[in-house]
Design a protein around this ligand. Structure first.
Ligand code: FES
Ligand code: FES
Length: 176
């Protein structure tokens, strides 16, 4: 005979933890299931569906966001692990008027996307490097290595490499 769990049993099976973080400059605080992934928290709790979910096990890079200024896989991070963190998602990249960031413009200008599923993760990964002080290798090989954690099933990557170089040249980022 199937028995349903009491409320107390349900709560102990899925404990929650008060979690507070900054997301795109705003403080958010929620009681979060300790099993909830950061990707699901962003998408389902906050409605920030620009962060995509592909493989959900750390391979494709579609879920990449910035965690304390560095790119990270939101499908490999529990939301409660982001307690106290500063999170940035693709929704924060264009300015308040909707004007695209130069990196987004470069993706558009170079036709660096087709279905666009991988694009938010690509942008967040590249942006985290561009905004850091680290020197960037803007050779084809260097850019391909930079993108090696982000899979694209549509473009063949050539135009993505072009877009990253265009954005980097325009902003005088890194060195070849
Ligand atoms: S969804 Fe996170 S790496 Fe694929
Ligand atoms: S543009 Fe379709 S997966 Fe990259």
């Amino acid at each position: 005979m199937k028995r349903s769990l009491s409320k107390t049993q349900q709560e102990s099976a899925d404990p929650k933890q008060r979690t507070r973080m900054t997301v795109n400059g705003e403080t958010v605080e929620r009681d979060v299931s300790v099993r909830m992934l950061l990707s699901d928290f962003l998408r389902h709790e906050l409605g920030l569906t620009g962060t995509h979910v592909g493989c959900e096990h750390g391979v494709c890079g579609a879920c990449t966001v910035m965690i304390n200024g560095r790119s990270g896989r939101s499908c490999l991070t529990f939301a409660v692990q982001a307690d106290g963190a500063d999170i940035r998602t693709i929704e924060s990249v264009a300015d308040e008027n909707g004007d695209l960031h130069p990196l987004q413009e470069a993706f558009r200008d170079c036709h660096a996307l087709q279905c666009g599923y991988c694009t938010p993760g690509m942008i967040m990964n590249v942006l985290s490097h561009m905004e850091s002080d680290e020197e960037m290798d803007l050779s084809d090989q260097g850019i391909r290595e930079l993108l090696s954690g982000n899979l694209c099933r549509c473009t063949g990557y050539a135009n993505i490499v072009k877009a990253v170089r265009q954005a980097a040249d325009k902003a005088n980022w890194g060195s070849a």
